[in-house]
Design a protein around this ligand. Structure first.
Ligand code: ADP
Ligand code: MG
Length: 256
């Protein structure tokens, strides 16, 4: 659990960087996202929670087009997500994503995992990419692991590499999908601490997580999803103290 002190994060600036307008998605016949409306300002830290199967992963995966929506609009940093592959590429460069299962390349060293996209996607000279990678590996407190392979690291260390790898692309937005739920309890804190420090530096973050201590500490908004809908959204104090909907109350009673 993260400490429950309030964050020193900079306030959000009021400029939308992600907008979902009437977004709907189906998997075949199954209506997985129902009229999702969400506007995220630069610098906001949003925690998304809700029962398993409620559409949390699908929603954040739509934001970098790992999934396609069928109705409504998604606009990321002024660019609308359509089938235009060039735009999708542009957006994926700006949007970092960290998954539950770290998704590192097992046959590449930690340093190579971090420099791959900057070298191949951004055409950065190898030396510069390595310098940047070392900067971020230092930030996530594992520079000494740079020449090891993912399999030689603990889960918490691998997840910090995954975060460093995303940061090497200088993303404007970071998406996290249950980044700590595959970790042993003693490793959760080191990953949450990394996320807290990112938030304090003003990174725009959307985090699917059930770490409610983290939500209290860094989120400026908590969103509750159920059955493909955003049922409730509020600033954390109100969200936890005074949940409005029965489904939110039930969910909180089960996890807190
Ligand atoms: P959450 O992240 O909230 O647990 P998901 O977004 O992963 O929920 O999934 C929402 C629903 O969509 C679930 O019922 C899940 O089984 C279904 N689903 C997810 N991915 C697919 C897919 N690729 N094809 C069909 N159904 C899917
Ligand atoms: Mg999920």
């Amino acid at each position: 659990m993260a400490k429950q002190t309030s964050t020193t994060a900079k306030p959000a600036t009021g400029e939308p960087i992600v907008q979902l307008i009437g977004v709907n998605k189906w998997y075949g016949e199954f209506h997985v996202l129902r009229d999702i409306n969400l506007s995220v300002n630069k610098g906001e830290r949003i925690v998304i929670c809700g029962p398993s199967g409620s559409g949390k992963s699908t929603m954040i995966r739509c934001i970098n087009r790992l999934e396609e929506h069928q109705k409504g609009r998604i606009i990321v940093d002024g660019t609308e997500l359509t089938n235009d592959l060039k735009k999708i590429d542009e957006i994926r460069r700006e949007v970092g994503m960290v998954f539950q299962h770290f998704n590192l390349f097992p046959h590449l060293t930690i340093l190579e995992n971090c420099t791959l996209a900057p070298i191949w996607v951004k055409k950065m000279p190898k030396k510069d990419a390595e310098e940047i990678a070392m900067k971020y590996l230092t930030r996530v407190k594992i520079p000494e692991q740079a020449h090891k392979y993912p399999g030689q690291l603990s889960g918490g260390q691998q997840q910090r590499v995954a975060i460093a790898r995303s940061l090497c692309m200088s993303p404007k937005i970071m998406l996290f999908d249950e980044p700590t739920s595959a970790l042993d309890p003693e490793m959760v804190k080191e990953v949450l601490d990394t996320m807290v420090s990112l938030a304090e530096e003003g990174m725009t973050m959307l985090c699917v997580t059930h770490e409610m201590g983290f939500a209290r500490q860094v989120a400026n908004r908590v969103i509750f999803m159920d059955a493909g809908q955003i049922v409730e959204a509020n600033e954390p104090n109100e969200f936890f103290r005074n949940p409005q909907h029965e489904r939110t109350k039930l969910f909180l009673s089960q996890i807190l």
